[in-house]
Design a protein around this ligand. Sequence first.
Ligand code: GLV
Length: 301
Amino acid sequence: MKVVLAGDLDAAEWVAWRAALAQAMPEAQWLAPDEARQHAAEVHAAVVANPPPGSLAGLPALRLIQSLWAGVDRLLADATLPAGVPVARMVDPAMSAAMAETALWATLALHRGFFTYQQQQGDGLWRQHPQRRADEVNVLVLGRGAMGSAVAQRLAAQGYAVRTWGRDNPAGLPPLVAAAEIVINLLPLTPATRGLLGARFFAGMRAGAALLNFGRGAHVVDGDLLAALDSGRLRHAVLDVFHAEPLPPQHRFWSHPRVTVLPHAAALTDPRSAAAVAAANLRALGDGQPLAHLVDSQRGY
Ligand code: GLV
């Protein structure tokens, strides 16, 4: 099987991915987009990592586009994507485990005041704050997919009072948001969730609550979040994803005392495990078996 490997990858990353994929699936021929176009009629599958728009143009024989990214919003926004070709998301337990670790770190830091102590150190301030138990902290996880579920399970195992919300329950959101002290966003970015984390959402949050955004930058209305942080309505935000990445140097999130910025590193795709996940789906394609983790183009994820 000839497979095109396309992505927003530098040369070293491209080589590393090709090596991992070739190891997971030595029987495939792994081609760069330019090579693939020379064999267009024989290229039946694409493995993609956030590919620049147009990367898959001119490949009419494609029968599967396997993403190495969990979120496929940018991929689906590419108007040159061959129409009607199934797209599969990356669902990798190693990635979900990494996300659960990041969520646990941020939740612990908020619950035990470690972000506050870090700031106090900067001010040379020695001051203890009340120490609460994990079961006194209500956490709401938005999204019940692979990542949301892994995060909810890890936090519950750590003793937190965890609730989850999915888009099948729109009426249930306000009371859950009102009760939560920490809201963790792991929703897919779709037309229905874009801008969900805006003024109305923040007004419905508990005073002094915190937001962890591990979904996509476009879930958040930045100006509304800054207003909620400036007014003290929100105590803290941990942000891993942004409208523009890298986050522009002049953006206020960088220097805001109530914001912790991560460089889209909450859960990186691990080539070792993700290559095996991709290979399993490509083999299913070759064998005419059902494909896993297909995106529903109506739902957008
Ligand atoms: C990362 O954000 C991903 O979608 O894999």
